[in-house]
Design a protein around this ligand. Structure first.
Ligand SMILES: NC(=O)c1ccc[n+]([C@@H]2O[C@H](COP(=O)([O-])OP(=O)(O)OC[C@H]3O[C@@H](n4cnc5c(N)ncnc54)[C@H](OP(=O)(O)O)[C@@H]3O)[C@@H](O)[C@H]2O)c1
Length: 335
C-alpha cells in the first residue's frame, strides 16, 4: 500500500511517498479501515514541516475517514462496509478532559492516516455522518470538533448570542456555520476582502478586515451597540488575545484554541478582570463529543466547506496551499 512518511530533511521536503505492507487482520477489539480521505490542519502542518518534533518514519495526518473492511473479535459497534471517521484523542473516550499532549494522537505521537489501510482499536473511530462522503467526513475530527467544543461544550452557546470568529481556516469556518445553525449572530474577521464576501454568504452578520482594522476588538463592540460579544473563538493566540478581550462583553467567554501568532505573550490582565471574563483553553475533544457533534451536524444540515482536494502524492503542495493562506475552510487529501 502507499503511505506518506516524515523522513529527515528540511521543511515539507521531509514528506516521502513510500510503499509499505498492508496490515494483517484486526485483533480482538480492532477494525481494519480502508482510508479514503484525510484533511489538513495547522497541527499537521507543524508536524510535517518540522515545527514539532516527531519520530523518523512517522505517518502524518490526524484526521482520516474511510470504510471498515474487516472486524476483529468482540467488536460490536461497527460492521464491514460502515463509513467511519477517526478521533483525535483515541484514549479520551468520554468525561472530563484528560489529555495535555499529543502522545497518542494520530499523525503525531502515533502513525496517522496518510496511508491506505490501518488497523486500530474500534474505539479510535466513530461512525461518519449519514450520507456524507469520505472527504466531508475527514474534515471533522480536529477542526469541526474543536469548533463544537468551543461553542457548545465550553461556550454554552444559546440562540441570540454574538460569536466572533477569526480568519477563514478550518476551525473558524466550522464555528461560523455551527453558530449560525444554532441561532447565534456571527461577527467574522479575515485578512481578505474577497474572503469576507464569502463569509457574508455563510451568514455572517458583519465582517471585519483584521489587517486594515487593527483595533477590530473595538469595532466588535461598536457593532454590538457597545455590549460586546458573548463568545470569541480565539485561534490567533498572543497577538490577537488583547483584541479578543476588548471585543468581549462583561461576563463573556474566550475559548482559547490557536497559536497562529505564537505560543506565549502579554495579556492585559486588568482588562480581563474588569470584563469579569473567562478564558477557557481547549484541545479538540473526546470521542463522545464527536458522537454528539455528528448528531448535531446531521440534524442541522451543516456540511464542511471544502476549499480544494489533493492526491496523496501532492500532500506537500496541499500544505503549501494552506500555509499561503489561500484556502477558505478545509483542504482534503484523497487516497
Ligand atoms: N486547540 C485545539 O484543539 C486546536 C484545534 C484545531 C486547531 N487549532 C489551532 O487553531 C488555529 C487555526 O487552525 P486551523 O486548522 O483552522 O488553521 P488554518 O485552516 O490553517 O487557518 C488559518 C487561517 O487563520 C487566519 N489567520 C491567520 N493569522 C491570523 C490572525 N493573526 N488573526 C486572525 N486570523 C488569522 C487566516 O485566515 P484569513 O486568510 O481569512 O485571514 C488563515 O487562513 C491554529 O493555530 C491551530 O493550531 C487548535
Amino acid at each position: 500500500m502507499r503511505c506518506m512518511r516524515i523522513r529527515k530533511g528540511e521543511g515539507l521536503d521531509r514528506l516521502k511517498l513510500e510503499e509499505a505492507d498492508e496490515p494483517g487482520s484486526p485483533g480482538p477489539g480492532e477494525i481494519k479501515v480502508r482510508v479514503r480521505a484525510c484533511s489538513l490542519n495547522y497541527h499537521d502542518y507543524a508536524v510535517c514541516a518540522g515545527m514539532m518534533e516527531t519520530q523518523d518514519g512517522r505517518v502524518p495526518m490526524a484526521d482520516g475517514a474511510g470504510e471498515v473492511e474487516e472486524i476483529g473479535e468482540g467488536v460490536t459497534g461497527f460492521r464491514t462496509g460502515d463509513r467511519v471517521v477517526s478521533v483525535f484523542f483515541p484514549q479520551w473516550q468520554d468525561g472530563e478532559a484528560t489529555e495535555a499532549g499529543f502522545g497518542k494522537t494520530p499523525g503525531d505521537g502515533v502513525d496517522g492516516f496518510a496511508q491506505e489501510v490501518v488497523v486500530r482499536p474500534a474505539s479510535a473511530f466513530t461512525h461518519a455522518p449519514e450520507g456524507w462522503d469520505h472527504a466531508q467526513s475527514a474534515c471533522l475530527p480536529t477542526a469541526a470538533l474543536t469548533a463544537w467544543r468551543a461553542l457548545v461544550v465550553e461556550g454554552g452557546l444559546k440562540a441570540g448570542d454574538t460569536v466572533v470568529t477569526m480568519g477563514t481556516g478550518g476551525v473558524s469556518i466550522f464555528a461560523l456555520q455551527m453558530a449560525r445553525a444554532m441561532g447565534a449572530r456571527v461577527i467574522a474577521t479575515s485578512s481578505s476582502d474577497e474572503k469576507r464576501e464569502r463569509l457574508d454568504g455563510l451568514g455572517a452578520a458583519h465582517t471585519i478586515n483584521y489587517e486594515k482594522t487593527e483595533s477590530w476588538g473595538e469595532t466588535v463592540r461598536e457593532l454590538t451597540g457597545g455590549r460586546g460579544a458573548d463568545i470569541v473563538v480565539e485561534v490567533g493566540g498572543p497577538a490577537t488575545l488583547p483584541h479578543s478581550i476588548k471585543a468581549l462583553r462583561v461576563g463573556g467567554r474566550i475559548v482559547l484554541i490557536g497559536v497562529l501568532t505564537g505560543v506565549s505573550g502579554d495579556i492585559p490582565t486588568a482588562l480581563l478582570m474588569h470584563k469579569q471574563a473567562q478564558i477557557h483553553g481547549v484541545t479538540v475533544g473526546s470521542r463522545q463529543h464527536q458522537i454528539d457533534m455528528i448528531r448535531g451536524l446531521e440534524a442541522s444540515g451543516v456540511k464542511p466547506v471544502i476549499d480544494r482536494q489533493f492526491d496523496l502524492e501532492e500532500l506537500a503542495d496541499a500544505f503549501r496551499h494552506e500555509k499561503a493562506g489561500e484556502h477558505f475552510g478545509k483542504i482534503v487529501v484523497r487516497l
